[in-house]
Design a protein around this ligand. Structure first.
Ligand SMILES: *Cc1c(COP(=O)(O)O)cnc(C)c1O
Length: 350
């Protein structure tokens, strides 16, 4: 079976080969204080900076998941106040997880059918951190790069944190538009779950130094001090670090991945326009995610699409939460092959 779930998702077809080479090279049992491990860390940092166009002065640490990033951010980058802009389940969860950890976490929900309208929102001046989900996996929406730029220019002095869990590695992100970015590897990187990537700008780092929070094993300053030495604060997921290095080495730069993702997204859009019984869950094309496609219809049609897909050897992504019966989602992640997309479309075509 091939999975079109938007996370965990179909892993890259070369993962079995890379797992074997990791085993044979002996890196899996290498000590995380050893120079062999440090060499791997140097390489993966280099690949992330160059392939994803992450500015050189942004620092990167590895976490266990995107969820852990929510917690690290609450601990190390917020003293009192955060402001959470969201339109779906993941953004809402981020707010919910932050609330008990900081004095004042304010949530603001906006309409998922519309692009984020900043004129409607008043964000208080004294907010320490503005939190936003760039790609909301639950309802297949995204904040376009243009809107991200508008947010940055409207709040030039506020730190901005971005959940890009289901878009980083799949589309071009302009890292200068925000200060903290994070993702996990089981989405657009096409790798087995179990690792998150947390990226911070010099301004975010300066703020963390001011707060000076060292209370947890995963306090960001503590993690960064190890990362600067190409080590980690815990025995890490060496396999995922190794696989991330391999998948990035195997890939072209993010601009060309971005073009491919958008091209495939357009291809999917025109495919679904020709299917009479279903439609795009999100009406505004600006708000539609490039990497997660949401389709809506009567429960009967949704069921029949699931069945057609399954009979041909594919899993479609179920709708999120209460949308299980009347929607499904399709991952448009780089690791999915063109052949599998064509075969799935053939099976689904009405
Ligand atoms: C999947 C996802 C998460 C959670 O990722 P984990 O690695 O399971 O913690 C958070 N935010 C978004 C937008 C996601 O898609």
């Amino acid at each position: 079976m091939v999975s079109f779930y938007p996370g965990p998702s179909q892993v890259h077809e070369k993962v079995p080969k890379w797992v074997k080479s990791a085993y044979e090279e002996g890196i899996l049992g290498a000590n995380h204080r050893s120079s062999r491990f440090q060499h791997l860390m140097k390489s993966v940092y280099h690949e992330l900076h160059t392939k994803l166009q992450i500015p050189n002065d942004y620092s990167i640490v590895f976490t266990s998941s995107a969820t852990e990033c929510w917690e690290i951010i609450a601990q190390s980058f917020i003293q009192e106040t955060s402001f959470h802009l969201y339109n779906g389940a993941f953004g809402e969860k981020w707010h919910r997880y932050t609330k008990p950890l900081v004095g004042h976490a304010v949530g603001y929900e906006f309409d998922y059918q519309e692009p984020l309208d900043l004129d409607q929102i008043i964000i208080p001046e004294d907010i320490e951190l503005l939190c936003i989900t760039q790609n909301e996996t639950s309802n297949a929406t995204q904040i376009s790069s243009e809107r991200m730029a508008m947010l940055r220019s409207k709040y030039p002095d506020t730190l901005i944190a971005v959940d890009a869990t289901s878009s980083m590695g799949g589309i071009l992100l302009d890292f200068s538009q925000a200060d903290i970015w994070f993702a996990s590897v089981q989405k657009c990187f096409g790798l087995p779950a179990g690792m998150g990537i947390l990226i911070c700008s010099p301004s975010a780092a300066a703020r963390a130094e001011e707060i000076h929070e060292y209370d947890h094993y995963n306090s960001w300053l503590f993690m960064r001090s190890h990362a600067e030495n190409h080590q980690t604060h815990i025995t890490p997921n060496v396999l995922d670090i190794y696989l991330l290095d391999q998948v990035l080495k195997d890939r072209k730069g993010i601009s060309s991945i971005h073009s491919k993702t958008v091209e495939r997204y357009e291809h999917w859009t025109s495919f679904w326009e020709k299917q009479p019984q279903v439609r795009s869950l999100i009406q505004s094309s600006e708000a539609q995610s490039f990497t997660v496609i949401g389709i809506e219809g009567e429960p009967e049609s949704i069921k029949s699409y699931h069945k057609k897909a399954k009979d041909a050897g594919f899993w479609l992504g179920k709708g999120y939460g209460s949308w299980k019966k009347n929607t499904f989602r399709i991952a448009n992640f780089p690791a999915i092959s063109k052949e599998h997309i064509e075969a799935l479309q053939e099976a689904l075509r009405a």
